[in-house]
Design a protein around this ligand. Structure first.
Ligand SMILES: *Cc1c(COP(=O)(O)O)cnc(C)c1O
Length: 383
């Protein structure tokens, strides 16, 4: 497909009408482990599904186009996607990872460091000295970025970090899960690799675990393909089929997620029981300017603190009945979570304090419910 289409069209058109056998409008689901050879010794497009599969290709081609990349791989989870990136590095590579990264990312990189596979530096990438002094001092092979962060939605400047990385000959990989390709395109900002947990916004229906890695560099792409097949972590055709189905409506969903998040933030902003609110769309959020510069929206995630003792925080969470207490995000259904005991439960009290996660902090993934219904439920729970 031509590169000139806009995001909505790319998602709507992906693979549509490509079936040569029966002219099916929707590309068929190829539930097959292997493919027949023609002649002996004749190369063919598909051989074995661990390596490649037409259904998975429709999804990765659409994602690569949405991210302005050359291509990539679909993996069995977001963690498999991060594992894949870690595996294209040479042994003892030096990697900078955000100190407040996703818990699974922290577990993977710290375990690889513990085994001596990689040299990993967990760094606060928001600090002033990060871009020049710290990057040149560490002289990394890979800088892992996750922006905006979970759950305080701190953004770091992808373009600035990528410029500095080029000087040090370092790769830059960005976990773009929180915004999806609809709202942020790291490759266009100078990154080499973009990674997604497609479990979240891209699939959007909370029924598939999946991941994706996309690049704009031929050499990286061939390493990704080699290691995805070698490790055996590619995504299943059925999961890819469902995820492509979700992707069709990604752009329109992101607008609604953001609309509901903004409405909730407005309600909370005027409430006496609410303390700090973390939403990058607010002009006083520390990352407002960076988010405005590199994102095409502020997204559907928000966090806030209640000015009450912890028993009241628990009571509030219980009272917002239509929002289940759950750690995931990015689905059509709104979810509420308590980072202190859930996503960040494994950290020590000191570590939580250092990255700003208090016991009174509540995170909401705004879903696609009617805005007034959501506001009513939250208003009543605050009462
Ligand atoms: C969920 C998540 C992951 C891990 O993805 P899985 O699909 O759960 O393996 C990685 N990064 C971020 C930011 C996530 O939210």
């Amino acid at each position: 497909m031509s590169k000139k289409f806009k995001k909505e069209t790319i998602a709507a058109k992906a693979g549509v009408g490509s079936d040569k056998q029966h002219g099916a409008i929707i590309p068929p689901l190829y539930l097959t482990s292997n493919f027949k050879y023609g002649e002996v010794g004749e190369a063919q497009e598909y051989e074995y599904t661990r390596q490649s599969n037409p259904t998975r290709d429709h999804l990765i081609n659409a994602l690569a186009e949405l991210e302005s990349g050359l291509g990539g791989e679909i993996l069995s989870s977001g963690m498999a996607a991060i594992t894949l990136v870690a595996n294209i590095l040479e042994n003892k590579s030096r990697v900078i990872v955000p100190h407040d990264c996703y818990g699974g990312t922290f577990r993977l990189f710290s375990s690889l460091a513990h085994k001596g596979v990689l040299e990993v530096y967990f760094i606060n990438q928001s600090q002033k000295s990060f871009c020049k002094e710290i990057i040149s001092e560490i002289n990394p092979d890979l800088i892992w970025i996750e922006t905006p962060s979970n759950p305080l939605l701190q953004a770091v400047d992808i373009q600035r970090i990528s410029e500095q990385a080029k000087i040090c000959n370092s790769l830059v990989a960005v976990d773009n899960t929180f915004l999806s390709p609809s709202l942020q395109n790291p490759l266009k900002l100078g990154a080499d690799i973009v990674m997604h947990s497609t479990t979240k916004y891209i699939n959007g229906h909370s029924d598939v675990i999946g991941g994706a890695v996309i690049t704009n560099n031929h050499e990286i792409l061939s390493k990704l393909k080699f290691w995805a097949n070698t490790l055996g972590i590619t995504g299943s055709p059925f999961d890819s089929y469902l995820t492509l189905r979700g992707l069709r409506t990604l752009n329109i969903r992101m607008k609604e997620h953001e609309k509901n998040a903004v409405a909730i933030v407005e309600l909370l902003s005027n409430h006496p029981l609410v303390g700090n609110i973390y939403y990058p769309g607010l002009p006083d959020h520390p990352s407002h300017a960076i988010a405005k510069k590199q994102q095409s929206g502020f997204g559907g995630m928000l966090s806030f603190e209640l000015n009450k003792d912890f028993s009241k925080v628990k009571k509030f969470i219980k009272a917002v009945k239509i929002l289940p207490l759950a750690a995931s995000l990015g689905g059509f259904e709104s979810l509420i979570s308590h980072p202190y005991s859930m996503t960040h439960g494994e950290l020590t009290a000191d570590q939580k304090k250092e990255i700003g996660i208090s016991k009174n902090l509540i995170r909401i993934s705004a879903g696609l419910e009617n805005t007034d219904d959501l506001l009513d439920v939250i208003k009543k729970a605050l009462k």
